[in-house]
Design a protein around this ligand. Structure first.
Ligand code: UD1
Ligand code: CA
Length: 455
């Protein structure tokens, strides 16, 4: 039997108090809905449908992937009405798994279990026991399964005390679901078409409804406001860090790290507090990341040492490099092996070959630096003339003195030495000392001015 997944994402999310639709709020660096989609794609469905409405085109535009079928729910008349909008193009011969776009912590394992434990002709609801079930629909059981779901606002006193709740996830044969949805009414306290009313209809039609329990309530948590968004963020971070610790990655404090994307680590990597990883980041074997670092879309080689307070984006490095403290690597910074980039150094779109050092207070942009080069403190590649960018090339073994300005395009030959304070506007030949500075002189008999007495 084929599988259709229908994700409900049309709701307004008023409690977020945000111009951004609820399902686009960021969680671990991605929109909330992206997590639900990622999980869905691992279930082998042949049809993936998102019901959208509030925030319409913005939501659609955030997910250009071609495997999504979009169904518009122009007016939000309830969860049952939302599912109904997806039905016209849902194959009746498929099983339909309904997920909510605001429950991003659901795991593939739980949903696979739900699919595996539900016979094709039966129905299932994913439930969980909650200490505080307020706000959720209550699961009313009878022998052999679930009898019905009662929304909090419609509960009797006895039903109010039930602690098993509806996660919002249901699984149902497509043909039956279509039929039941057509018979939904709005005779309830909210005047909405409740998807949950389908359960009692199934029971009336002699279809068994399995109440399958999730392991933890965290997993089924729905995100409705900023507080829940923050709680979900911490829960997701804990999960990501747990996985990394199982792989052998060390953390000074698993609660003080943020992974907003994918972090791949080799063996014996250690990460100190307040490190933020965004996008795709890779850390080679034996790397050490000190406190307060932001690393985005970068790949650092084996035994990298990143000292505190660096900002690294779109950079790559080979083995045994040392970066920071207070260094900034911008997109296109490519360090080979054994390179040192020290404090208050900014590097953009430049390659630095093996064994070179740029240790202090320096800007390197659009440059190609050879092997074993020493760039002195306060060096600046003047790469921009106000209109165009130009390239600086420094040969192997060159030594650039402190406070040098390299006015690009310019070339420093291999083995060249540039005296401190030079402003190079012409290329410097290999193996020579090039100096560019006014001769130093001291003025005989010069007197320091003194303050005049007021008349
Ligand atoms: C729903 C369930 C409740 C369950 C809870 C779990 C119903 C009637 N109630 O309640 O039993 O415990 O979820 O979180 O189903 N949506 C639409 N269109 C609509 C209404 C909702 O797309 O017209 C979407 C929302 O965007 C959201 C999801 O459906 O992603 C759930 O809607 P919400 O209003 O949050 O339902 P609850 O009242 O929380
Ligand atoms: Ca909800």
């Amino acid at each position: 039997m084929g599988l259709s997944i229908v994700i409900l994402a049309a709701g307004q999310g008023t409690r977020m108090r945000s111009a951004l639709p609820k399902v686009l709020q960021p969680l671990a660096g991605k929109p909330v809905l992206a997590h639900v989609l990622a999980c869905s794609r691992k279930l082998g469905a042949d049809d993936l449908c998102v019901v959208y409405g509030h925030g319409g085109e913005t939501v659609k535009a955030a997910f250009p992937e071609s495997d999504i079928r979009w169904a518009l729910q122009a007016e939000q008349l309830g969860t049952g009405h939302a599912v109904q909008q997806a039905m016209p193009n849902t194959p009746a011969t498929n099983k339909v798994l309904v997920l909510t776009g605001d429950a991003p912590l659901l795991t593939v394992a739980t949903l696979k279990r739900l699919l595996a434990e539900t016979p094709d002709d039966d129905m299932a609801v994913l439930t969980v026991d909650m200490d505080d079930p307020s706000g959720y629909g209550r699961i009313v059981r009878q022998e052999g399964g679930v009898k019905c779901i009662v929304e909090q606002k419609d509960t009797s006193a006895a039903q109010h005390n039930i602690t098993e709740i509806n996660s919002g996830v249901i699984l149902c044969p497509g043909d039956r679901l279509k039929g039941w949805l057509n018979n939904l009414g709005t005779d309830n306290s909210q005047g909405e078409y409740y998807l949950t009313d389908v359960i009692a209809m199934a029971v009336a039609d002699q279809v068994t409804v399995h109440g399958i329990k999730a392991d933890t309530s965290v997993e089924v948590m729905g995100i409705n406001d900023k507080k829940q968004l923050a709680e979900a963020e911490r829960a997701l971070q804990a999960r990501l860090v747990d996985d990394l610790m199982k792989q052998g990655v060390g953390f000074a404090d698993p609660a003080r790290v943020d992974i907003r994307g994918t972090l791949k680590c080799g063996s014996d990597v250690f990460i100190d507090i307040n490190a933020i990883f965004e996008g795709e980041v890779e850390l080679g074997d034996g790397s050490k990341i000190a406190s307060n670092n932001l690393i985005r879309d970068s790949k650092l080689g084996a035994n990298s040492i990143v000292h505190s307070n660096c900002h690294i984006e779109g950079a790559t490095s080979g083995a045994d490099c040392e970066i920071g403290p207070f260094a900034r690597l911008r997109p296109g910074a490519e360090l080979a092996n054994n390179v040192k980039v020290g404090n208050f150094v900014e590097i953009k779109k430049s390659t630095i070959a093996d064994g070179s050092k740029v240790s202090h207070l320096t800007y390197i942009g659009d440059a190609q630096i050879g092997m074993n080069v020493n760039v002195g403190a306060g060096t600046i590649t003047c790469n921009y003339d106000g209109v165009n960018k130009h390239k600086t090339t420094i040969g192997d073994g060159a030594f650039i003195g402190s406070g040098v300005e390299l006015v690009a395009p310019v070339e420093v030959g291999p083995g060249a030495t540039i005296g401190a304070g030079a402003t190079l506007t012409k290329s410097a030949p290999e193996h020579r000392l090039t100096i560019e500075r006014a001769r130093q002189k001291s003025i005989e008999g010069w007197k320091r001015p003194v303050k005049k007495e007021p008349k």
